[in-house]
Write a protein that binds this ligand. Structure first.
Ligand SMILES: Nc1ncnc2c1ncn2[C@@H]1O[C@H](COP(=O)(O)OP(=O)(O)OP(=O)(O)O)[C@@H](O)[C@H]1O
Length: 327
């Protein structure tokens, strides 16, 4: 278990599934001292063959993670949200949320539709200004020092607004250079990420032509390319097929095991229960329960606890018209 914030990049440990064990040409971590951190402005257009093709991958073995290791309770808090509040007109979407996420934690946020998960994650990542409250990521105030804070964060936003007239390779190149990586580093990391996400064959196609799951994966790859310390992922597994979900999970688990921190939202209770060490249940813009998965679920399943806190099941009444077919 990792107890301290590492100076090396957590993402440097990601390996493409079934890649040969030989030393890989993974780029150095992006840091102020990183020799790759100066992008060459002359290289901002990327040729369609920017990412070297990799060998065809074998099918991925599905490996269940046996148990979830708990994040070190003494690890430093790397995401601290205090008194977060957001109103949209008269509606309060987030009503004073406090969250503490420790380094090396795999932290899940769950809640019913409209509970305020996306709004909370958007405020944490500096995409949506809160009406009140503060967010610190690795001690940096996200809204006072957004540029510094955003260097540390990789974001998979909810509504994927990607530049989808770019190819996958171009989008990765764009994301990498925007984050200050140089040509070589972007190419190397793009190849690693494409292999890890099973996107090698799609890299030279327009993102607009990707399926929903492929789009999610390329967006996730873009969120990771600068080897951030914290990944904030809104519904990362939505539309992702089960094999890819296992792949993505493994990638994230390795990232977390090497000191990275993942904060994600999901409606997949099984997945949250399986992969996360901590969870917060948000209902109507408020955290109703948070802590380790075991603490939150108690003697029930996480899903049962969630349903209980979210107000229980609603009995489907009415809609008799649905049972008398119109033809
Ligand atoms: N830009 C906006 N303008 C007005 N209301 C908004 C806006 N964004 C979110 N809301 C409202 O804020 C509330 C919380 O929305 P949010 O998207 O954060 O919920 P969520 O928990 O992510 O839901 P879901 O699980 O359906 O994605 C909802 O009532 C939503 O309608």
């Amino acid at each position: 278990m990792v107890t301290t914030v590492q100076t090396t990049s957590p993402l440097d440990t990601i390996e493409a599934p079934h890649s040969p064990p030989a030393p890989r040409s993974v780029a150095a971590p992006l840091s102020p001292a990183d020799p790759h951190s100066q992008a060459d402005p002359q290289t901002l257009t990327v040729p369609s063959t920017a990412v070297p093709r990799q060998k065809k991958r074998k099918p991925v073995a599905v490996v269940e993670r046996p148990t979830v290791e708990l994040a070190d309770p003494l690890a430093p808090v790397v995401v601290r949200a205090s008194g977060l509040m957001k109103k949209f007109g008269p509606n309060t979407a987030v009503a004073g949320i406090d969250l503490q996420v420790r380094a090396g934690s795999f932290y899940g946020i769950v809640g019913p539709n409209g509970a305020g998960k996306t709004t909370t994650l958007s405020m944490i990542t500096g995409l949506l200004r809160p009406n009140a409250g503060s967010i610190h990521v690795h001690g940096i105030d996200v809204w006072a020092k957004p540029v510094q804070a955003k260097r540390l964060i990789g974001v998979l936003p909810d509504r994927l607004r990607l530049f989808d007239r770019l190819t996958g390779a171009q989008l990765l190149y764009y994301s990498g250079t925007l984050r200050g990586l140089d040509n070589r580093a972007v190419r190397e990391r793009s190849a690693d990420l494409a292999a890890a996400f099973g996107l090698e064959d799609a890299l030279n196609r327009l993102v607009a032509d990707y399926s929903a799951g492929m789009t999610k994966k390329i967006a996730l790859a873009c969120a990771m390319i600068h080897s951030p310390r914290v990944l904030v992922l809104d519904e990362p597994f939505e539309s992702v097929d089960p094999v890819s979900a296992v792949n993505v999970t493994e990638i994230l688990q390795k990232y977390v095991a090497s000191g990275g921190t993942v904060l994600l939202s999901s409606h997949g209770m099984d997945l949250i229960q399986r992969v996360c060490d901590h969870v917060a249940i948000i209902v109507q813009g408020t955290v109703l329960a948070s802590g380790t998965i075991a603490d939150v679920r108690g003697t029930s399943t996480l899903e049962e606890r969630f349903i209980e806190l979210a107000g229980g099941r609603t009995v489907a009444e009415g809609m008799e018209w649905l049972h008398s077919f119109s033809d």
